[in-house]
Design a binder for this molecule. Structure first.
Ligand SMILES: [Zn+2]
Length: 261
């Protein structure tokens, strides 16, 4: 089985004690690639370092919406410089968040636009974080689409069918995380069933929100296999086939020619 964890945060302190073992366990579970996501300039730098150290770890660079208010002078320039690195395959995570109130919403919108612009100029796809801001995200993406086709993914999708449809129409991929495995989440599994197999991605968002049966524990990339199994059941496919398709999708979106180098 070949799995691609398209969204994890391997730089986080939660992994400081056993980061290499976590990566080894992922490999043993069939994870052939991990995309580690920056949330600040410093976290983006750490993510790129990890991607340089491990042939199967790739990096995304950006400022997560909740951290935008903390951005310091010169940090965005560091992100822009990192975006040119060959180990960086995506821009983000970016997006909008109305659940937390760490960054004024206007500042989030401005930062989201900056990331979308960087995605376009760097030629690398963007990764969208969306929390309680579905309509705002779709509106801003529609504006951006006026300048040309979009390349990106809605990460850890938790929206309704209409939002999924709007994002698919805009050309985006949709990625599911551990939430789709939770018992009382038939609604999200119904959304996942409606996502075409050539637009589906899987992720852990580790160390957060571990899938069943690890719910409540620290999440790690090896656990992406559980999410793959649930999505495979939803789509009526064997797990390895669903995993293979999602891996091909990730390689296509992130333009990764060879997973090992
Ligand atoms: Zn994330």
């Amino acid at each position: 089985m070949r799995l691609f964890d398209t969204h994890c945060h391997l730089d986080e302190p939660a992994f400081d004690g056993d980061r290499d073992a976590v990566i080894e366990r992922a490999r043993a579970a069939g994870v052939v690639a991990m995309l580690t996501i920056g949330t600040t300039a410093a976290s983006s730098e750490k993510s790129v370092e990890l991607a340089k150290r491990h042939r199967d770890v790739f990096a995304a660079v950006g400022v997560q919406p909740n951290y935008v208010a903390e951005e310091k002078l010169g940090e965005w320039e560091r992100i822009v410089a990192l975006a040119g690195d060959e180990r960086v395959v995506a821009i983000g995570e970016t997006g909008l968040d109305r659940y937390w109130d760490y960054t004024p919403f206007e500042a989030q919108i401005e930062a989201f636009d900056r990331h979308l612009d960087l995605s376009r100029t760097s030629g690398k796809p963007f990764i969208v974080h969306c929390r309680d801001a579905e309509a705002d995200i779709v509106a801003q993406l529609r504006n951006a689409a006026a300048a040309g086709p979009l390349r990106g993914v809605m990460h850890s999708f938790a929206g309704d069918p209409a939002t999924a449809e709007a994002c698919l129409e805009l050309g985006l991929y949709i990625s599911f995380a551990g939430m789709v495995t939770f018992k009382r989440n038939d609604a999200l599994r119904a959304v996942a069933k409606a996502v075409p197999l050539d637009r589906l991605l899987i992720e852990t968002d580790a160390p957060y929100l571990a899938p069943m049966p690890h719910r409540g524990k620290r999440n790690e990339p090896a656990f992406v296999a559980h999410t793959a199994t649930v999505l495979a059941n939803v789509h009526g496919l064997p797990t390895d086939e669903l995993a293979e398709r999602a891996t091909i999708n990730a390689r296509t979106l992130f333009a990764i020619d060879s997973l090992s180098r």
